[in-house]
Design a protein around this ligand. Structure first.
Ligand code: ZN
Ligand code: ZN
Length: 122
């Protein structure tokens, strides 16, 4: 399915999340292209190089695996496709689940790759 960048399917105002099955309104506060579910943060592999271009033919589910902060301080979610393993970063929307965003952001700190008590001897 292909349609012009920046336009929505006529008459279509929601999409069905492929992960949690929620009906998600396409219009999102704070972003022109809602590309992930605000409830579970999963996305679908639809876009190519540019957000909203719908140039990818993959269609796989994209797992939110990390948070990155841009120079402006704006947060973006790193998504990894579970079919082709491509990575995308997508800016967060104002109605994204804040608890899940924080869980993603602190995940590396919650699971350090070394025993924390070793830091005392450095
Ligand atoms: Zn979802
Ligand atoms: Zn993919």
């Amino acid at each position: 399915m292909r349609f012009a960048p920046g336009s929505h399917m006529p008459g279509k105002s929601h999409f069905r999340c492929s992960h949690c099955r929620s009906d998600v309104p396409i219009d999102a506060p704070g972003t022109a292209h809602r590309n992930h579910c605000p409830l579970c943060l999963w996305s679908r592999h639809l876009d190519g190089e540019r957000p909203g271009d719908r140039a990818a033919g993959c269609g796989g589910s994209m797992e939110p695996i990390a948070i990155t902060a841009r120079k402006s301080g704006e947060w973006a979610i790193v998504h990894r496709c579970d079919v082709c393993a491509e990575l995308h970063t997508n800016r967060t929307a104002a109605d994204d689940n804040p608890l899940l965003l924080l869980q993603l952001a602190v995940r590396p700190l919650a699971r350090p790759p070394f025993p924390l008590h070793l830091l005392e001897s450095i």
